[in-house]
Ligand binder design. Structure first.
Ligand SMILES: Nc1ncnc2c1ncn2[C@@H]1O[C@H](COP(=O)(O)OP(=O)(O)OP(=O)(O)O)[C@@H](O)[C@H]1O
Ligand SMILES: [Mg+2]
Length: 257
């Protein structure tokens, strides 16, 4: 529905201008992985990014999270040029990326420790994030005691605990079995719609067109060699979206051709 699509007048959360990245291959030649990427995420919108394997999707998210530096272009976050890790940007990884020797609570507190948040506040906020993502009671469990779905909940709680404006999700549901992935995805949407997590915008990288259509207000397609934004498609379907709805299925079919 129209109200779910952020109007172009909504303030930008993050803006990429002419972002480029060159990697050196094993044979010592340079390869442009990303080139001239312009992308803006605005307040109130979920954007999904689709692209072939190797097109540079993860690299683009890593540039936004300042885990990798861009060779060209600029990233502006909330109106200011990004020049280091931004506290308002958090990322969820496909591989969960938990520390196996730390408990759920300790894994979730990590992001806050890096920000120098005092211990009592860290504990309180981590408990709230663990609760929000449906893991209450598992605070002292170790990752190996959890199912894949529960581990990814920890990965999500660790991102949410910092109260990010921008949440980057890199194929966050693809390592899970289909049903678990769908459940977690639906819960993330419910959390987003409730406003409880206070996130301003979400960027989801996915291989899965149905997932993109279910979640996003807008889908951007990244081409390969080099990765550029090839197309942007608004998803003007009413929410809540039903994955069985004919409309959704027809849209998915059309977009894969
Ligand atoms: N640190 C690195 N050094 C050299 N090359 C890299 C590095 N990181 C990524 N690449 C290369 O850059 C390209 C893009 O990688 P990236 O992980 O961003 O792709 P992706 O679109 O996320 O793929 P997938 O869908 O498989 O996750 C790949 O060819 C990859 O081999
Ligand atoms: Mg990737």
């Amino acid at each position: 529905m129209a109200e779910n699509i952020a109007s172009t007048a909504a303030p930008a959360v993050i803006e990429l201008r002419g972002v480029g990245k060159i990697f050196r291959t094993a044979s010592q030649s340079d390869r442009a992985v990303l080139e001239g990427v312009d992308l803006t995420l605005r307040e109130g919108e979920i954007v999904a990014m689709l692209g072939k394997s190797g097109s540079g999707k993860s690299t683009l998210l890593r540039i936004m999270a300042w885990l990798v530096g861009a060779d060209r272009g600029e990233v502006h976050f909330r109106g200011e040029r990004l020049a280091g890790t931004a506290e308002g940007i958090a990322m969820v990884f496909q591989s969960f990326a938990l520390f196996p020797w730390l408990t759920v609570q300790q894994n979730v507190e990590l992001g806050l420790e890096a920000q120098g948040v005092p211990r009592a506040e860290r504990e309180r906020r981590a408990e709230a994030a663990i609760d929000m993502i449906g893991l209450a009671g598992f605070n002292s469990a170790l990752p190996r005691e959890l199912s894949g779905g529960m581990r990814q909940r920890v990965g999500i709680a660790r991102a949410l605990v910092t109260g990010p404006d921008l949440l980057l999700m890199d194929e966050a549901f693809s390592a899970l079995d289909v049903l678990t992935g769908e459940t977690l995805r639906d819960e993330m949407l419910a959390l987003w719609e409730s406003g409880r997590a206070n996130i301003r915008s979400i960027l989801i990288v996915s291989h899965n067109i149905e997932e993109a259509v279910m979640m996003a207000d807008r889908i951007v397609i990244l081409s390969s060699d080099p990765g550029r934004i090839r197309a942007e498609v608004p998803v003007a379907l009413p929410r809540p979206r039903n994955r069985d709805s004919v409309q959704c299925a027809r849209w998915s079919t059309r977009s894969t051709r």
